[in-house]
Design a protein around this ligand. Structure first.
Ligand code: F6R
Length: 240
């Protein structure tokens, strides 16, 4: 992967937003792969500033993941987060922005349906990724198959603790999620993995320089021909 070290999250946001603007200039109905969590917020913010006044109603989007069994109207469902942080500020067409369906009733088909929707859109042009402290991307926790496609997974205790900050207490963090697989993510045409802060330094070093292993799911990016890693000094501090 190509590693770009930037001063801070705002600089990373400006850089990646510029990349996305160039993509949209080439392809008005580009397919964006959207991550949730704290890391990509600077990208969405910078992008919203850059595209102000521009018609982005053709743009398509696919979120990486969703909690299972959380009401989509819950403010921390990824459907809500994507609506609030991406669809509304960018003026996207909500009908063109997809989030895996984590409802219990349809969960059996949800993975295959999501894969079919990505396929029908012609695949993801640019996939934004964050990384978990345990090296997960999407919610592909350690041990996930590199061939995996969108499916239901169990969240690790570590990830539930990491995400408890978005809920009133850890008991409210769902135990299951539906996530694009590593195989799904690897099919995107360009991967942009972002990470900031010391807490991500080990995961970044392992992802970029460690052995390619399912133990560190983000190391899958080493198999991709166009992967860009954008990090601050702290997140880069364990790279050789
Ligand atoms: C979110 C996602 C996760 C996060 C990761 C880092 O859609 O897929 O892999 O990117 O957990 O989360 P933050 O950015 O909150 O540190």
């Amino acid at each position: 992967a190509e590693v770009v070290i930037v001063e801070n999250a705002a600089a990373a946001g400006a850089l990646v937003a510029q990349e996305i603007v160039e993509l949209l200039d080439r392809k008005a109905d580009a397919v964006l792969g959207l991550a949730t969590g704290s890391t990509p917020l600077g990208v969405y913010k910078a992008l919203a500033q850059r595209v102000e006044g521009r018609d982005l109603s053709q743009v398509r989007g696919f979120a990486l993941d969703e909690y299972v069994g959380l009401d989509p109207a819950h403010p921390e469902s990824y459907r809500s987060v994507i609506t609030r942080e991406v669809v509304e500020p960018l003026g996207l067409d909500p009908a063109r922005v997809h989030v895996p369906n984590g409802s219990d009733e349809t969960i059996q088909h949800a993975g295959a349906d999501y894969e079919a929707a990505i396929e029908a859109a012609g695949g993801v042009d640019l996939q934004i990724l964050g990384i978990g402290t345990d090296g997960h991307i999407g919610f592909n926790e350690p041990g996930s198959s590199f061939a995996s496609r969108t499916r239901v997974k169990t969240l690790t205790e570590q990830t539930r603790e990491d995400n408890a900050r978005f809920f009133d207490s850890i008991d409210q963090v769902p135990r299951h999620c539906i996530t694009q697989g590593l195989g799904t993510i690897l099919r995107a045409r360009h991967l942009v993995l972002l990470a900031f802060g010391e807490g991500k330094a080990q995961a970044i070093a392992d992802a970029v320089e460690g052995p390619v292993s399912a133990i560190l799911p983000a190391s899958a990016i080493q198999l991709h021909e166009h992967a860009t890693v954008v990090v601050d000094e702290a997140a880069a501090s364990k790279l050789k």
